[in-house]
Design a binder for this molecule. Structure first.
Ligand SMILES: [Zn+2]
Length: 170
């Protein structure tokens, strides 16, 4: 892993950002460069990844049906659109991070997003809806409920690495 300190931070304009680059080999996907920046002044954090080889736009559909599926590896770039029907849609964009995780890690992230989206929310119906979503995710996380995950990526920099995942053209 290489690390460069004293980089320009795009948010606060200071020179306290650290840039890290790591090369990871992912079976059935290839070599990936994982880049991250964090600023010790303003707390800005951003990460993304880029495969060493060029990839085609892609769409992956995966159904989580057992606790074994929780270990399935996921490569998610900042350009990925992640859809979990009836739960969440995570849009790509400048604030969208790229990372390598597994199904469990992705669902834990989704749980945090759902929970923080209702922090300070006064509408009881909205809070209840979020609570039910978290309950559903918890059931999936112990293998007691099914869930579908769809990832679309125009850059092709994302993947769900499992024989069970259905890959199609975007
Ligand atoms: Zn900063």
């Amino acid at each position: 892993m290489s690390e460069i300190k004293g980089q320009h931070c795009p948010i606060c304009g200071g020179k306290k950002a650290t840039l890290r680059e790591e090369e990871v080999e992912i079976p059935h996907f290839g070599r990936v460069f994982v880049l991250s920046m964090d600023c010790s002044d303003c707390g800005y954090r951003k990460s993304d990844l880029e495969p060493a080889e060029k990839k085609e736009p892609c769409k992956f559909t995966f159904e989580v049906t057992s606790d074994e599926d929780l270990n399935v590896k996921i490569v998610k770039s900042g350009d990925a659109l992640v859809k979990i029907p009836h739960v969440i849609t995570m849009e790509p964009g400048p604030t969208s991070n790229g990372y390598i995780t597994n199904v469990e890690g992705l669902l834990e992230r989704v749980k945090k997003i759902v929970e923080s989206s209702v922090e300070g929310e006064e509408d009881k119906a909205v809070r209840k809806k979020a609570k039910n979503l978290v309950k559903k995710l918890n059931k999936v996380l112990v293998g007691r409920e099914k869930l579908k995950i769809i990832i679309e990526d125009q850059t092709g920099h994302s993947a769900i690495i499992s024989d069970k995942a259905v890959k199609s053209k975007l």
